[in-house]
Design a protein around this ligand. Structure first.
Ligand code: DAH
Length: 341
């Protein structure tokens, strides 16, 4: 057999492989070419009939043909497999009635849950709910609240200052000034939010915690109004009649000022870590708005008075859920948070 005939056999063989449209046609082609009586196998067998002088060259040529055919078969097989996968992907129809995989959903933070409920309660009682910035200036956080620079009360508010002498609000009370300057009296408003203190952290102190401030401005406001308002408000918040007590308390921005305690709901008054074994939890500060504060907000104290309160939202959350360590609240531990689903 001539070299040129060999070329013919080769191209015929490759054409046969290429023509195969599926796996079984490919298998047929393989048998026809490489099987016992296959075209290419017969070529190998013919080597012995070639004159000894040409035998080496012929043998190598036959091997090349065989190699080319094997390669073509492998290649074709791969192509078919790819095509099969692709068509499966293209054609696959999905059963939309099969139950899906439930995604793991997030849950509302207990603090957000309590805050939301409080806001609803206050809205129902005719309060505005307002939101103020966490970065404040010295005027709103201190001065306008009757806390001048040399006032000892500043020691109770260890403050995070920014480089340009702004600060992270140490309480929500600066909202009082902002509310009085924007709302037309008479009004009542609450402003919940995050506050910050540069403090040592323990079970009942955090550097970041939450408060809810309340302010009511009207004519002829007295301690009697404050007293009954706190009573009603706390009962509304807890949905039950609570045991509370008012003690004289000093806050520069109210006069007179009070501490309002609530009987500890974790231990029922018996004493535990949260209430520092006293049976009472200091719950909010309140009082009648100081005339200096009214003045710095542009209101005439002879015409307008008001009461204000500042409530520890973090502490409220702890009491409601029986959490005995404030560090859990901002800790971000999922094992803790998942309990509030
Ligand atoms: N701002 C006070 C604090 O963070 C809490 C407070 C006390 C707010 C008395 C008030 C108030 O509105 O009347 O310690």
């Amino acid at each position: 057999m001539e070299q040129s005939q060999l070329e013919e056999v080769k191209s015929a063989a490759l054409a046969q492989v290429m023509a195969a449209e599926d796996e079984s046609a490919l298998r047929d082609a393989e048998v026809a070419l490489l099987g016992k009586k296959g075209t290419v196998s017969l070529l190998s067998r013919g080597i012995s009939q070639v004159p000894p002088k040409e035998r080496g060259a012929f043998g190598r040529a036959v091997n090349d043909v065989k190699k080319a055919v094997v390669e073509a078969l492998t290649h074709a097989r791969e192509g078919l497999r790819e095509a099969a996968i692709q068509s499966e992907l293209d054609d696959r129809s999905f059963d939309v009635t099969l139950p899906g995989i439930r995604p793991t959903g997030g849950t509302m933070h207990p603090l957000s849950q309590v805050q939301e409920r409080l806001e609803e309660t206050f809205i129902a009682m005719g309060y505005h709910v307002l939101d103020y910035l966490e970065v404040e200036d010295e005027f709103h956080n201190f001065e306008a609240l009757n806390i001048p620079a040399d006032h000892p009360a500043r020691d109770m508010h260890d403050t995070f200052w920014t480089k340009d002498r702004l600060l992270l609000r140490t309480h929500t009370s600066p909202g009082q000034i902002r509310a009085m300057r924007t709302l037309e009296p008479p009004f009542r408003a609450v402003f919940p939010g995050k506050v910050f203190r540069y403090e040592a952290i323990d079970a009942s102190h955090e550097h970041t915690f939450h408060q809810l401030e309340g302010l009511m401005i009207d004519r002829h406001v007295s301690v009697a109004h404050l007293n009954s308002s706190m009573q009603i408000m706390l009962s509304q918040i807890f949905g039950q009649e609570l045991t509370i007590r008012l003690r004289p308390g000093y806050f520069p921005f109210v006069e007179p000022g009070f501490e309002c305690d609530v009987q500890c709901m974790i231990c029922g008054g018996a004493g535990c870590r949260v209430c520092k074994h006293s049976g009472w939890v200091e719950f909010l500060g309140c009082g009648l708005v100081h005339p200096n504060v009214l003045r710095s907000a542009g209101l005439d104290p002879d015409e307008w008075q008001g009461w204000a309160f500042g409530l520890g939202l973090s502490r409220l959350v702890m009491m409601q859920y029986g959490i005995d360590d404030i560090r859990h609240i901002m800790g971000g531990d999922l094992r803790f948070l998942r309990q509030f689903a």
